[in-house]
Design a protein around this ligand. Structure first.
Ligand code: AMP
Ligand code: ZN
Length: 114
């Protein structure tokens, strides 16, 4: 997707503060952090969001979740805790149309979300 912000980041055309990268997944720090630790974990392949996923994406979904879990531990968020968020669609608060998982931590997070 040539006009997708996160595809451009994944391709290295827009800079990011990289935290983790492999052939399928990229993780980088959110440009406007909502917590002391705020990292975005994305598939390199363009998937618009959760509701665009199919059964063919099951393996990738697992890789995304496991990468995020390992990153959270590497960032020192265990044992205090952290939260994963995937906003989907307008009501879900999604603003970038490329699937991304937020890792939020480093402070006590309120519940329920707004
Ligand atoms: P969402 O609202 O769930 O779609 O999340 C999009 C996130 O992308 C927001 O938390 C933004 O702060 C973040 N963001 C937008 N542009 C960039 C960028 N160039 N680099 C890093 N994070 C970004
Ligand atoms: Zn994209």
């Amino acid at each position: 997707m040539s006009d997708c912000l996160f595809c451009k980041i994944a391709a290295g055309h827009i800079p990011c503060t990289e935290v983790f990268a492999d052939e399928n997944i990229l993780a980088f720090r959110d440009i406007d952090p909502k917590a002391p630790t705020h990292i975005l974990v994305i598939p390199r392949r363009h998937i618009p969001g959760l509701s665009a996923m199919t059964d063919d994406d099951t393996d990738l979904a697992g890789k995304l979740l496991m990468a995020a879990t390992k990153i959270a531990a590497a960032e020192g968020l265990v044992p205090d805790g952290y939260r994963f968020v995937i906003n989907n669609g307008e009501d879900g608060g999604q603003t970038v149309g490329h699937l991304h998982l937020h890792i939020l931590g480093g402070r006590a997070l309120a519940w329920p979300p707004g």
